[in-house]
Design a protein around this ligand. Structure first.
Ligand code: NAD
Length: 446
């Protein structure tokens, strides 16, 4: 049996590592980057990771910030800000998504890049961690504007990325089409016509992999399928709720439904809907693709009711799946949440205070670096297929993805048993173990 989530000490001193002082880092509990580095350093202390590896991981290797002008449809020029943060490449090329969102900031991108380092290590793909973004509202841009913003950004960072150096992928606000423009621009400006592997998550017609679009959601479900039996549960006949019904949330919802579970409540940026008998996850996906959000689904003949945000959080479920943005499970929300398991499909969806409250309530938190690693795993398969010019069928992708997710879940369970810690710390320990071994072999230049 999974032991209770209270094994760990959620009341340990936050940001207590001496590395914070040594590197002159602030101790701001509201800063997502510092929160993540704090958790990583806490795990590193337990693993007794050498000091030099700890200080290397505490800061990203490169932080790239660019500003570039783009001509808008009405003829005026707007200036955009873009980021690419390359956290670590000890295990292979930098890898991580590209986010288009009006609320992208350097520290958030740094935080997500550090999570990618941990995620790639945990799930056993030969990559380091990176993340990028452009501060913009993609919903307010026309298709042509979106294309020009993407192309100008690629031109601005083309010398600092590459198929063997740093490989972006989709994230919030970007999709396969954006990746196609990205690859096309990179290949044009660098005159490297064989460089299609510079990004993953591309359309199938242009070097993409079967199964990439659903991969992150599928990875969440693969992890749940593997870990739920430890708490005497399975997907079949059990309930879940989801925040976010975009790429990750909709696939997690559809696959939960397909494997016999019920999706009883969904909330996104437009509103929330519920059905205690189970929402039609596929009809909801079709609706969201057409209308842009879940609001109004209650007016369709699919049997749903509109609920408030508080009603959404309070809905009793077996598994609560945050699949939207970071830091949505605050202390207030954690008090309302009524579930046995939180499966973090989004990156860093739980605040430290939210986590403390959930743990006190005995809720198990399956951490993001495990649950949301399916996307980067199939991105790796896409990269391999691009490099070998041979393409896999969906069955092989699904099987290989499941193998990576199950292996990663076992590593986390083993670290938990060995060190008697919560699942998040166990996941960081398992990830750091592989990184520490790589540093031990490589040494530090010169
Ligand atoms: P997406 O843009 O496809 O969907 C985002 C969803 O979040 C939408 O349903 C949107 O309505 C919802 N949302 C945004 N703001 C909200 C708010 N204030 N309240 C409620 N809902 C809100 O993005 P995605 O690709 O599905 O990514 C979701 C999360 O998963 C992010 O944390 C992302 O970093 C993470 N992730 C994505 C991938 C991937 O392959 N796409 C891989 C790993 C992790």
């Amino acid at each position: 049996m999974m032991s209770k989530a209270t094994i760990a000490s959620p009341s340990r001193e936050l940001m207590g590592s001496p590395v914070f002082d040594e590197l002159g880092m602030e101790r701001d509990p509201d800063n997502l980057y510092l929160q993540i580095i704090d958790s990583v350093l806490h795990a590193a202390e337990i693993l007794e990771l050498p000091h030099h590896v700890q200080i290397i991981l505490a800061q990203p290797k490169n932080e790239i910030m660019v500003h570039f002008p783009v001509k808008m449809d009405d003829g005026h020029h707007a200036l955009f800000k873009g980021y690419r943060v390359q956290h670590n490449n000890a295990l292979g090329p930098y890898k991580g998504g590209l986010r288009f969102h009006h609320d992208v900031h350097l520290d958030d991108v740094k935080a997500l890049s550090a999570l990618m380092t941990m995620k790639c290590s945990l799930v056993d793909v030969p990559y380091g961690g990176a993340k990028g973004g452009i501060k913009c509202d993609p919903r307010s841009l026309s298709r042509d504007e979106l294309m020009r913003v993407t192309r100008r950004f690629v031109a601005a960072i083309a010398q600092q990325i590459g198929p063997d150096y740093d490989i972006p992928a989709p994230d919030v606000g970007t999709n396969a089409q954006v990746m196609a423009w990205f690859a096309d621009t990179y290949m044009s400006v660098t005159e490297k016509q064989d460089a299609i592997a510079v990004v993953t998550g591309k359309p199938i017609e242009f070097g993409g992999s079967l199964g990439r679009e659903k991969a992150t959601g599928q990875g969440v479900i693969d992890v749940l399928q593997e870990m739920l039996p430890e708490v005497g549960m399975e997907i079949k006949g059990h309930t879940c709720s989801l925040i976010g019904y975009g790429n990750v949330g909709s696939w997690a919802g559809k696959l939960w439904h397909e494997r016999g579970g019920k999706v009883v409540a969904v909330m996104d940026h437009t509103g929330a809907v519920a059905n205690p008998q189970g929402l039609d996850a596929i009809a909801l996906d079709d609706y969201v693709r057409e209308k842009g959000g879940v609001a109004g689904f209650e007016k369709t003949p699919h049997g749903a009711t509109k609920i408030t945000e508080d009603e959404f959080y309070s809905t009793k479920v077996d598994v609560f799946i945050p699949a939207a943005l970071e830091q949505m499970i605050t202390a207030d929300k954690a008090r309302m949440i009524n579930c046995k398991i939180v499966a973090e499909a989004a990156n860093a969806p739980t605040t430290p205070e939210g986590e403390r409250i959930l743990m006190e309530k005995g809720v198990e938190i399956l951490p993001a670096i495990l649950c949301s690693a399916g996307g980067v795993t199939v991105s790796y398969f896409e990269w391999v297929q691009n490099k070998t010019h041979s393409y896999w069928d969906l069955e092989k992708v699904d099987e290989e993805l499941n193998r990576h997710m199950v292996k990663a879940a076992h590593k986390v369970q083993q670290a938990r048993k060995r060190f008697g810690v919560d699942l998040r710390t166990a996941a960081y320990i398992a990830a750091l173990d592989r990184l520490g071994k790589a540093y031990k072999c490589r040494g530090i230049f010169p």
